[in-house]
Design a protein around this ligand. Structure first.
Ligand code: 0PR
Length: 381
């Protein structure tokens, strides 16, 4: 630790230097992130609540009421009634909470998820001493229903379905999956990404399946305001149909202003709650619809650019994530590295191996235009 402090101006210079070395969403070169530049009102809200802590909520009733309103709005967005839950640090924490509650409530240990599930489920199983059972995908790159059926057994605590896979933005056949879930087994939907996309695609007239609390078997949902919700990082949300289930992970917190805590995190900065509230209040359904429409327009634009280069899409995009097959002789990770050398950040998927673009609100058509020009060069097309 430094012995003597320095002038704040010098501290700021050091911070500015570090920040200048980072990429920023406004550069338009980050085409591999599921996060985006938050709304200005969310940044303001984040700063305003920077010292409030929902881990000790008795001191912060204002933050508490904002959290209740956000959970109520998210519950409605997910077609539920009387939904409860918490604002947490992100999708990983929310998925951990889902598995933790399922384990403690059922006393069982197996977790069934599609091979396309986010790696946070593997982390959660490791932490919770649960057994991960990864079900292969079918030809649509979503969970193979027959194999899911075969995987279910007496020790299944929870089945996980994806509403917006990380790699390709695809939705599992959740209603079919729901019909297989035995009584008493939890059914968790990871809509970390899709939760702020699918409802608005539906509004825009896209044919979207039920994915949320509209499915009676769904017990909990992960939805991340810091992804397509336009909130600041870190903001995730865990939603549950049965508040009592949370009692199974409760710890008493005698010296705090609340009797028990039912979250994984202790200290929970209200900034996430305030920022999410601000984004949802300022945008409303209408605002999110427009954001999603703009992202989809840019995604279709990118899909056309890929086709113009003679490249094949893995799937027609369902949401604003695009998988593109690379031509013979070009390995996706190498293409990614070469694009990085040219200052373009794209991603790869492994199931199947392809180049992966995530087209968030900060990605504009002019960025896509240049990216594909560079890709053409890299592939020597
Ligand atoms: N569930 C799904 C479907 C996800 O896509 C992710 C993260 C999570 C859960 C976990 O969420 P947290 O990372 O909030 O805990 N998906 C992206 C990923 O890991 C997140 C991401 C964000 C990646 C920003 C890159 C980036 O720059 O790939």
């Amino acid at each position: 630790m430094w012995e003597k402090g320095i002038d704040e101006g010098m501290v700021q210079q050091e911070l500015d230097k570090a920040s200048s070395e980072d990429l920023h969403f406004s550069d338009g070169r980050i085409i591999n992130s599921m996060c985006t530049g938050p709304l200005p009102i969310s940044i303001k809200a984040h700063m305003q609540f920077i010292e409030s802590n929902l881990g000790n909520s008795g001191l912060y009733p204002g933050s508490g009421s904002l959290e209740n309103k956000v959970i109520e709005q998210l519950g409605q967005l997910m077609n539920g009634t009387d939904i409860s839950g918490h604002i947490v640090n992100g999708g990983t924490e929310s998925n951990i909470m889902a598995l933790w509650i399922a384990r403690n409530t059922t006393g069982k240990r197996e977790v069934i998820f599609p091979a396309s599930a986010h790696f946070s489920f593997v982390k959660a199983c490791d932490l919770l001493g649960m057994k991960p059972v990864s079900v292969p995908l079918d030809e649509n790159f979503t969970i193979d229903i027959d194999k899911a059926r075969q995987a279910m057994n007496q020790d299944t605590a929870v089945v996980v379905g994806m509403a917006g896979t990380t790699e390709l933005g695809l939705i599992d056949p959740l209603e079919e999956l729901a019909s297989l879930i035995p009584d008493g087994t939890f059914f968790h939907v990871d809509a970390a990404f899709g939760g702020f996309v699918i409802p608005f695609l539906k509004d825009l007239g896209h044919d979207m399946p039920a994915f949320d609390f509209q499915i009676p078997e769904v017990t909990s949902i992960t939805i991340d305001p810091h992804k397509m919700g336009m909130s600041t990082m870190p903001s995730g949300a865990f939603l549950t149909r049965n508040l009592e289930d949370e009692d199974n992970i409760a710890t008493s917190a005698p010296y705090l202003t609340l009797l028990k805590q039912t979250t994984l995190s202790g200290t929970r900065c209200s900034a996430a709650v305030a920022s999410t509230y601000a984004a949802m209040r300022a945008l409303g359904r209408e605002g999110y619809r427009q954001k999603v429409k703009d992202c989809m327009d840019t995604t279709y634009f990118a899909a056309d650019k890929a086709r113009e280069l003679g490249l094949e899409l893995v799937k027609e995009p369902v949401m604003n994530v695009l998988g593109i097959h690379m031509p013979e002789g070009h390995v996706p990770v190498d293409v990614r590295s070469k694009l990085k050398e040219r200052n373009w950040m794209v991603s790869v998927a492994v199931n199947p191996q392809c180049l992966r673009l995530v087209i968030m609100p900060h990605v504009k058509k002019e960025n896509i235009e240049i990216l594909f020009h560079e890709l053409k060069g890299v592939l020597a097309l």
